[in-house]
Write a new protein. Structure first.
Length: 253
């Protein structure tokens, strides 16, 4: 059986702190028969130089650094990546409110306790295992390979000789995959609805229908098949109703 692997980034301008955290994470991986690939950065600018979503499962971010602070770097990351887990490391609690404004996964005071870090990694692995088991759309765009979970895809649209894939972080990817090939991959997922030839949307991101237009999150508006408009809207309404019922049953269990 292959070992479960994670890409982890550590951003800290103190080499001793970086080495200490790396050693604890490597011990955790060895004890639990895991594989962690650690990427160490001495400043925020170095991390951001070639950053794109879905590369790191976790980022351990120091707050106080020369140049760009960890908070400023996190603001830049969140503008393009809302999913990566960010754990702040700091000697002070004063930035805790800001940390959670950026949806930090945790906030740990230095020096980080080994037991505290082990418990944190237990929680992260539980969460990541659930996410990693969800299906992903694998495609190439601008000579880079992307693996986007189905639930993060907002819509897929044909644009000339390309397809445009938009995700829930606001990113748009162009790929030369055919629409039919992506439709075949997504057709078994109940979240997706075809609005028109060459237009597929995730119903979780639909806001409303109005005059032959489907309004999605992130101010996206797409045309629908006018002849099938009522049927398309009814499918979405049934989907929403079913989703609400599932949530209600979950709360009762």
């Amino acid at each position: 059986m292959d070992k479960f692997g994670l890409n982890i980034a550590i951003v800290d301008d103190m080499q001793t702190e970086m080495d200490s955290l790396s050693a604890v994470l490597q011990d955790y991986a060895a004890i639990n028969q895991l594989e962690f690939t650690l990427h160490c950065f001495r400043c925020s600018e170095e991390l951001l130089a070639d950053y794109h979503p879905f590369v790191y499962a976790v980022i351990f971010m120091d707050i106080y650094m020369e140049g760009m602070t960890g908070m400023d770097a996190t603001e830049s990351i969140r503008a393009m990546d809302s999913d990566t887990l960010i754990v702040f490391l700091t000697a002070s609690e004063e930035h805790m409110p800001d940390a959670f404004r950026f949806h930090a996964y945790d906030y740990i005071q230095k020096p980080a306790d080994r037991g505290r870090l082990f418990a944190l990694m237990d929680d992260i692995l539980k969460r990541h295992t659930i996410l990693s088991n969800s299906p992903k759309l694998i495609f190439s765009s601008n000579r880079k390979e992307y693996r986007i979970p189905y639930q993060d895809i907002v819509c897929v649209c044909t644009k000339g000789n390309y397809l445009e894939i938009r995700d829930q972080s606001g990113n748009t990817y162009k790929t030369r995959m055919t629409f039919s090939s992506i439709k075949d991959k997504l057709k078994g997922d109940h979240h997706f609805l075809q609005l028109l030839r060459g237009v597929l949307v995730n119903m979780d991101y639909i806001v409303d229908f109005e005059e032959g237009t489907c309004h999605l999150a992130e101010n996206i508006s797409l045309p629908i098949n006018v002849r099938n408009a009522r049927k398309i809207e009814q499918i979405w309404q049934n989907y929403v109703f079913s989703k609400i019922r599932r949530e209600q049953r979950r709360k009762l269990t």
